[in-house]
Unconditional design. Structure first.
Length: 144
């Protein structure tokens, strides 16, 4: 079974949307870890049916090296993003992790991802879960 870490902060809405879709498609064939930069984000992702949850810098740093896939908005790669919730240590842990990173081109930071189209969140999440995540899920756990 693969472990997928979903990292989100602030209100946890993007992470919760991603987790709901992962669970719709793969159910309990994958283990999803909700890693929130704050307690509200973690709580929202747990309500979306994550298997495990943890909050804060140490949780992100500790867990980043223990998962197979990391999912999040591009902000998880930018120190001090999400109004300062993403610390340099978190960015370093995500970057140093051997996990495959599936990054959504969404941010409130002054950043433009050249070549990334502006699609609604549900469309981006569908592509992430059905097209890209499927490559990392073992045989027998394909999307429904």
């Amino acid at each position: 079974m693969i472990r997928i870490a979903v990292i989100d902060g602030q209100g946890g809405g993007i992470g919760a949307t991603v987790i709901k879709r992962i669970k719709e498609v793969y159910g309990e064939r994958v283990e999803v870890w909700a890693l929130g930069t704050n307690a509200i984000a973690t709580s929202q992702m747990m309500k979306a049916r994550a298997n495990r949850g943890a909050t804060g810098e140490n949780a992100v740093c500790h867990c980043a090296g223990r998962v197979d896939v990391i999912v999040g908005a591009v902000s998880i790669l930018l120190a001090h993003s999400m109004m300062g919730e993403v610390t340099p240590a978190m960015v370093n842990a995500v970057g140093a992790s051997k996990a495959h990173k599936l990054i959504l081109p969404l941010t409130q930071e002054p950043l433009t991802v050249v070549g990334a189209g502006r699609e609604p969140l549900p469309h981006l999440v569908d592509k992430l879960v059905v097209e890209h995540l499927a490559r990392h899920v073992p045989p027998g756990a394909e999307p429904a």
